[in-house]
Design a protein around this ligand. Structure first.
Ligand code: HPA
Length: 278
């Protein structure tokens, strides 16, 4: 079993950021998954801290994940933007995955948006589609809440009926209407990675009820919702999941498709940032 997030490291990370940003409080935060980091180009960035400088965090080891915590302004509202994320498949445990959630808790965030790139499984979905995550399936084989009960992360047995908060889902739909960016809706399934799935696994994901598959987001959603944050989730379909087309999957395909979808991702994010929080 992977040990749970280490609280003293989380505290050291928060103390470091607090020292750099003594006055900061932001109601919204976004964690940018593969291909999403450029959404920041549309926001006014006031400061930036490299993940590598934050104790216990470390730089993400994935192309397309910048690895910076940015303090930004959208329509005059402050927003914390994590450009990139750490993944469970990096083999560094849960602490770096929990740090952004802990920082959200310490910096006044109420609404957290998790984004990722994913393989499309639903037969109507195509690369470039954006999907509102309505629910998830954890096929990582582990979860970050295993271990002694830590009240920071809510009750011992957190309810999972609405991990993606109804209000967050409604706001993302409102942002979609206002920006005229179409949103699919569906269930995201997370594997441990770092391998893409086999065609047989994709068929199993489909029978299990998944519409999209990826290697992230689910642990953060579990921690953040258990800790009382309103969690929203968006996936960019960057490819057909394995076996749908007769061609191999590559990370290049993932980043190229996400870049093509970028104008829509930016418009959606801008509209979301302009909505009221609380
Ligand atoms: N599978 C898993 N993770 C992914 C995929 C995929 O097809 N595309 C982008 N991230």
């Amino acid at each position: 079993m992977t040990p749970p997030p280490d609280l003293s490291t989380l505290e050291a990370a928060a103390a470091f950021v607090r020292q750099r940003w003594p006055e900061v409080s932001a109601p919204r935060a976004v964690i940018c998954g593969s291909g999403w980091s450029s959404v920041l180009e549309d926001l006014e960035v006031t400061d930036r801290i490299s993940f590598a400088d934050i104790p216990g965090f470390g730089a993400p080891g994935v192309v397309g994940h910048t690895g910076a915590l940015c303090l930004a302004k959208a329509e005059d509202h402050p927003v914390l933007v994590f450009q990139g994320r750490r993944h469970f498949y990096e083999g560094v445990g849960w602490t770096p995955i929990a740090i952004p959630i802990y920082l959200c808790l310490k910096f006044g965030v109420s609404d957290l948006l998790l984004t990722n790139s994913a393989g499309a499984i639903h037969p109507d979905f195509s690369p470039g589609d954006l999907m509102l995550i309505t629910d998830h399936i954890n096929w990582m084989g582990e979860n970050p809440l295993v271990g002694p009960h830590q009240p920071l992360w809510g009750p011992r047995f957190p309810d999972q009926s609405n991990v993606y908060h109804p209000k967050a889902r409604e706001q993302l739909k409102q942002a979609s209407r206002q920006s005229q960016v179409a949103l699919r809706e569906g269930v995201y399934l997370a594997t441990r990675g770092p391998v893409y799935e086999t065609p047989a696994e994709v068929r199993a994901c489909r029978s299990a009820g998944a519409d999209a598959v990826g290697m992230s987001t689910v642990p953060e959603a579990m921690l953040a919702s258990a800790a009382g944050l309103r969690v929203g989730g968006l996936s960019c379909m960057t490819n057909f999941a394995a076996g749908i087309l007769d061609q191999p999957l590559t990370h290049d395909e993932v980043t190229t498709t996400a870049n093509k979808a970028m104008p829509r991702m930016k418009a959606l994010l801008r509209a979301w940032c302009a909505l009221p929080t609380g």
